[in-house]
Design a protein around this ligand. Structure first.
Ligand SMILES: Cc1cc2nc3c(=O)[nH]c(=O)nc-3n(C[C@H](O)[C@H](O)[C@H](O)COP(=O)(O)OP(=O)(O)OC[C@H]3O[C@@H](n4cnc5c(N)ncnc54)[C@H](O)[C@@H]3O)c2cc1C
Length: 446
């Protein structure tokens, strides 16, 4: 057993990491699917979309050949509509709400149709939303993830000059550095960011960290308002013996390496255990398998009914051949020569409902042991406590506390996205960015 890179050929890796939900091959395919939509007057799909895209309208525009209009409808509500069409867990959002589900029929493929028109807009560089003349107002946005970018775009649209400060080399946040490579490629992320900034009035300054290179006080002095869209940080620790052994890795770091280097250079074990059952855990498990791990076992302390991922996400892991062990929690990692050798787990049972509203996991007293050489921790992310904790921004459990109008306890400083909600989805971050921008526009008097 060993942790190694270069397990599969370039060709196989390219195939394994290719687009998991390919687009329509022919325009006719999109038109046929668009014509299935019955344009529900109360549009449950629109209601369930956090950005409230007018789904019946954009689909009608596709069926009538107005692709530009369709893309514009989507971007008016969600400037990251293309990215969202690739990464949104639509089975619990728009497509999950489609009335065809009630008839036990396939829902209208809303995400695929959304991708159809917006991808054309990105490729053709259609200029669909026009920026108002500059008002001379300046706003700083910290973090170039979905929340920061959506906020910057909405502000710029309304004539505000925006400077985005980003600590990484590339903008995009977790779209660029976190989400599975078979959903969004680095090339796509760049294309989407370029499309967003093409509106003008947005300068993205990468390699600049708030709290290190700049301070909130400086930003407050130089800009009319500040928006914080800094996301969340590292994976929560397991707090069990053996966590320091070589071969125990943080899912976020593992995925970050995957997104920033050639797949062939990313090392993975023969027998990998992934702890957790959220989106990050699924991405870590499926990508370990696709990198060539022989056995991947996912371990979750509750039962399938309480899992945080969706059924479709779990299906991907199952189809990739990952084993799933429900009702098990890591107890100890045993090493040999400083390297991971075994994972001891407690068998769990379900107890009373806990504060999360789900049945709680309770130890049974029985254990089992797995032979593994790599343990990937994907047990939820911790907020940037060092940054938030040290500042005067009010936070609860590391999450920034905001008022109804997205403002923090510091006047003129607004926030949104994962930094506030503790980690949801791209589409929620986009809506938070828009909400923040609207509140800022009121604050600066536009
Ligand atoms: C592994 C993984 C897989 C996921 N898969 C999906 C998925 O399939 N679908 C989905 O919808 N969602 C998914 N998510 C969740 C989604 O990525 C996030 O909800 C979304 O990116 C949050 O956007 P954000 O802008 O709030 O934060 P982020 O995307 O984290 O962006 C925050 C930005 O702020 C920057 N930053 C942080 N601190 C500083 C600082 N001090 N100074 C300057 N810049 C700073 C960061 O570098 C980053 O670019 C996934 C998340 C993870 C971790």
């Amino acid at each position: 057993m060993a942790i190694e890179s270069n397990r599969l050929s370039e060709e196989v890796l390219k195939d394994f990491f290719s687009d998991i939900h390919p687009p329509f091959e022919y325009d006719e395919g999109a038109v046929i699917e668009a014509n299935r939509c019955i344009n529900c007057y109360d549009a449950p799909c629109t209601k369930l979309c956090p950005t409230h895209i007018d789904v019946p309208l954009f689909i009608k525009q596709i069926s009538s050949g107005n692709i530009k209009g369709s893309a514009r409808t989507i971007f008016l509500s969600n400037i990251m509509g293309t990215g969202c069409s690739k990464v949104c867990p639509v089975e619990k959002l728009c497509e999950g709400a489609c009335v065809f589900n009630l008839l036990k029929e396939e829902p209208v493929p809303i995400a695929k149709l959304q991708r159809y028109s917006t991808e054309k807009a990105l490729k053709e560089k259609w200029n669909l939303l026009i920026r108002k003349e500059s008002t001379g107002k300046k706003v700083a946005v910290v973090g170039a993830g979905p929340a920061g970018l959506a906020c910057a775009h909405e502000l710029s649209l309304n004539g505000v000059d925006v400077t985005v400060f980003e600590k990484e080399e590339k903008p995009g946040g977790l779209m660029t550095y976190g989400i599975a490579a078979y959903k969004v490629t680095p090339e796509f992320c760049k294309e989407e960011v370029d499309y967003i900034t093409a509106i003008g009035g947005i300068e993205i300054r990468t390699g600049i960290t708030l709290g290190k290179d700049i301070t909130l006080r400086e930003l407050r002095e130089k800009f009319d308002a500040v928006f914080l869209g800094i996301g969340v940080g590292k994976t929560r620790g397991l707090k069990i013996p053996g966590e320091e052994l070589e071969g125990v890795v943080d899912a976020i770091n593992f995925i970050y390496n995957l997104r920033t280097s050639d797949y062939s250079k990313v090392a993975v074990g023969d027998k990998v255990a992934v702890i957790g059952m959220g989106m990050t855990a699924i991405d870590a498990a499926t990508q370990s398998k696709r990198l060539g791990a022989k056995e991947v076992t996912m371990i979750y302390r509750r039962s399938e009914n309480e899992k945080p991922c969706t059924d479709s996400q779990l299906d991907i892991a199952r189809l990739d051949g990952c084993h799933i062990i429900w009702l098990a929690a890591p107890k100890e990692i045993i090493g040999e020569n400083g390297k991971v050798k075994k994972l001891v787990c407690n068998k769990m049972k379900l107890g009373d409902i806990d504060s999360s509203g789900r049945l709680s996991p309770v130890e049974t007293g029985e254990t089992f042991t797995l032979e593994v050489d790599m343990v990937i921790k994907a047990t939820g992310q911790l907020p940037y406590e060092e940054l938030i904790g040290k500042s005067s921004i009010r936070a609860r459990e590391g999450k920034i506390v905001i008022s109804e109008n997205s403002e923090t306890n510091i006047p003129g400083v607004f926030a949104g996205g994962d930094a506030v909600n503790g980690g949801k989805e791209v589409v929620n971050a986009v809506q938070d960015g828009k909400n923040g921008a609207k509140a800022i526009l009121t604050y600066i008097g536009i």
